[in-house]
Design a binder for this molecule. Structure first.
Ligand code: URA
Length: 271
């Protein structure tokens, strides 16, 4: 970096040659370069993706030679938004019990932000209540957060709930009720997937993200939750992550997550 100061003291910032080197004056970066950085393969492979018409920029099919501004352009491959902005981070945390998901806690309690790097600043994708443990995504990607938390996109969340019940477990009629919808004070819940792998342990998959939804559903049907764990968000599982541990999502996982967003009204089912 040059320390040259022109007469009059005005410092050109940044120097022109650096802007040219960064491509800033050339109006963004080549699309295949951005896709390659996001893990779609070599530049040649990414050029093929573009030539095959599988890449959209701002809703239009991109052609080879297209340049993009990763700060402002929306890039999609096969209809799935691509999380490619440099500086974006995606963490998967196994939230421990007793930790709040709010970004700042006025009561001085531990928050999920205490578990991940403080820079860059991230925020949680949805919430888990203080007593619930399990998977939570933290990111600075506002676009993906918006997609994942918007009720109409319906990303699946899987929970394992240990509930109060007799030795025979929760009756089938009650399981059906949970599946069909429960009348809560904020309205009926959408159809859910509900199974009972062992008496008193329910596996519940919901698409909504209402406050304390699983606890309220179980309470409403007469089987209050004793322990609740979120075990899956869309395609994301991680049985090795202990409570309090976090890791970065892989590019492939970010891509899968974007694809899981139900943009066209069809459900994506994950095994
Ligand atoms: N349902 C709940 O009851 N609690 C959560 O944290 C998430 C879903």
């Amino acid at each position: 970096m040059s320390s040259f100061t022109p007469p009059g003291g005005a410092v050109p910032e940044p120097p022109l040659w650096e802007q040219i080197a960064d491509g800033a004056l050339a109006d963004g970066e080549r699309l295949q370069k951005v896709l390659a950085r996001a893990g779609f393969g070599s530049r040649r492979v990414c050029e093929n993706l573009i030539e095959d018409g599988r890449v959209d920029v701002n809703g239009d099919v991109a052609v080879l030679g297209r340049r993009v501004n990763v700060d402002t352009d929306i890039i999609e491959v096969d209809g799935a938004p691509v999380g490619v902005l440099p500086g974006l981070v995606y963490y998967l945390l196994n939230k421990p019990e007793g930790v709040v998901t709010t970004m700042v806690d006025t009561h001085g309690r531990e928050t999920v932000l205490d578990f991940v790097p403080s820079e860059p600043r991230v925020f949680s994708v949805g919430r888990l209540d203080i007593d619930t443990t399990g998977l939570l995504i933290l990111t600075n990607d506002g676009q993906l957060t918006q997609f994942l938390t918007h009720p109409s996109h319906g990303v699946e969340k899987e929970y394992i709930a240990e509930v109060e019940c007799g030795t025979n477990g929760v009756p089938n009629g009650v399981l059906r009720h949970l599946r069909d919808g429960v009348d809560l004070e904020d309205g009926m819940t959408a159809p859910a997937e509900v199974g009972q792998p062992e008496p008193g342990v329910l596996r519940i998959v919901i698409h909504e993200g209402r406050n304390r939804q699983v606890r309220r559903m179980c309470e409403e049907v007469g089987h209050p939750v004793i322990r609740l764990v979120r075990t899956r968000i869309g395609p994301l599982r991680d049985t090795k992550l202990a409570p309090g541990q976090w890791r970065e999502l892989t590019i492939e996982e970010v891509r899968q997550l974007s694809s899981a967003v139900d943009l066209d009204g069809t459900d994506t089912v994950w095994e």
